[in-house]
Design a binder for this molecule. Structure first.
Ligand code: HEC
Length: 114
């Protein structure tokens, strides 16, 4: 009886922990960093999901279209630096995204290029 209970508890707990681990890593950063999802979660409130900056906040802040030639001519290093360290009123995202997350988000911003 005692042994069976232990088996049942383990049988439930192990898959739950494993599922939680897979979910938490894929939803945040790491090898599976998803630039589009990270951009939507962290940047779209100001820059808009399409990067055009047409959100109410983006309009208020007078943001440039991230797909515009002026922004797209910036190097990956510069875009990474702005994303990681912030610029003007924009906060830095280094701590939140990590190096892989920053790289993924920069990759996603390149898809805005016209
Ligand atoms: C709180 C609003 C806000 C959020 C959230 C935000 N930004 Fe910004 N972003 C700004 C502002 C304001 C600027 C203009 C900064 C300046 O004055 O140079 C800017 C500028 C930029 C630029 C430079 C473009 C240009 O016009 O020179 C890039 C690239 C950028 N943001 C990327 C991101 C990324 C990637 C994220 C998410 C990880 C993000 N931003 C989140 C407000 C925001």
């Amino acid at each position: 009886m005692k042994l069976n209970l232990k088996k049942i508890v383990l049988g439930v707990a192990v898959p739950v922990v494993a599922a939680g681990f897979i979910f938490s890593t894929s939803a945040s950063v790491g090898a599976f960093a998803d630039g589009k999802a990270l951009f939507a979660a962290n940047c779209a409130s100001c820059h808009g999901a399409d990067g055009k900056g047409q959100s109410p906040m983006g309009k208020k802040m007078n943001l440039r279209d991230l797909g515009s030639p002026e922004v797209q001519k910036l190097t990956d290093a510069k875009l990474s630096q702005i994303t990681a360290k912030g610029a003007g009123k924009m906060p830095g995202y280094e701590a939140k995204l990590g190096a892989d997350g920053v790289k993924a988000v920069v990759g996603h911003m390149r898809t805005f290029k016209k």
